[in-house]
Design a protein around this ligand. Sequence first.
Ligand code: GLU
Length: 382
Amino acid sequence: MSTHLLPDWNRAVVKVGSALVAPDDRGCRTTHLLPIARFIVDSRRAGKEVLLVSSGAVAAGRAAQDDRTPASGRSIPERQALAAVGQPLLMEHWRRLFDEPCAQILLTYDDLRRRSRFVNAKNTIAELLDRGVLPIVNENDTVAVEELQVGDNDNLAAYVAVLAEADLLVICSDVDGFYSADPHEDPDAERIEVVDAITDEIRAMAGGSHHASATGGMRTKLEAAEKATDRGIDTVLIDGTDGDPLDALGRGEMPGTLFRRADAGRRLSGRKHWMLHALPAEGSVTIDDGAAHALRERGASLLPAGIVTVEGAFARGDAVRIQTEDGSRVAKGITQYSADELHRIRGRQSHDLSTLLDRPDAATTDYVVHRDDLALTREARR
Ligand code: GLU
C-alpha cells in the first residue's frame, strides 16, 4: 500500500467502467458493484457528496437481447438500439444498491460544448445534490451522433466532475493504477503512485485497452485526468474489481495512482477550461518562438506578426489550436480573424492590418487572439 494519503475531499465523481458492471460480458453483475456502492453510501453518511458515472448500457442491452456479437462489430444504429434497451436495466441495477433516491442524467458532447446547455446541466446537478439525490450519469448513447459524442465515459466523467464542481474524480477500472509501460506486455512496468503533471513523457507511457466491453484504455483515463486536474480536481485511478482499494480510499489512504490537481496558480478558470477542453477547434495556427515565448511567459495576446502558418477553414469567432513549429501545443483561443484573413495578415505588423484587409468599417483589432480568449495548455502554463 502506498504511503501517500488521499487529499481531503467533499464532492466526488465515481466512474465505473463496463469491465466492472458487466465483467463476464453477459449483462450487469453485482459482484464488483457492491464495494463501490458501499463506498458511496459510507461517503454520503460522512457528509460528502457523490455522483456516479456508469458505463454498461450497451453491455446490458446485448445481454438482454442475447446478442453475442461484440459491440465493436455492430453498426451505430445497432449499438444505439442496444444502449436504449440496456440503459433502464443499468439504472435498475444500480438503484437496487441504494436506499437513497437516484436520478438518471444522460448527456451528449453538445450539452458540454454549448455554454448555455453546460450551465443548465450544472444547475440541474446542483439541485439534485441539494436534494440529497444520487445522480447516475451516462452518455446519451441512443441519440448522440458520432461527431457529437464524448465517446468514452472516462472523459465524460471528467466533464461531469467539472460540471459538478467536484474536488475528486475516482476512476474505478480493472487495473490497479497507472504504469510506466503496459503491464500486459512489459514485465518491468512499474506502477506510478503519484503523477504531478501529465506531460508528453507520461502520455507516452499509456497503452491501449484490453477488455472486450471497455471503450477506453489508459489513453482516455489520462485525458480524463488532464481535464480534471486542470480544473483543480484530484484524480485517482484504482482497481475496482477488488473491494480493498475502495475500503482503503474510504479510510483516506491512496491505493492506486493519484493524478494531483494543478496548483492554484496553474488552474484554469471555468471559461478557459471550457475553451481548452470542450470547445472544438476548427483549425490551427502555427506561431514562431518569439510569439510562443510572449504567450507562455507574459500571458500576452497573439499578434499577426508571430503567425507562421494557418490551417483549416475557420471563421471569425471560431476556436483555433495554437502550436509552435515543432508541434508543441501552446493554447487554444478564439480568433478575431477568419482563416482567409489570417493568410493575408500573418507575419505582418498590426498597424498594416486595415490596409491589408478590406474591412470597410476598419473594425480591426491589433491582436488575432486576445489574452482573455486564450487558454494555455498545461505544458505552456509553467
Ligand atoms: N456509454 C457506454 C455504455 O454505457 C460506455 C462508454 C464507455 O464505457 O466508455 O455502454
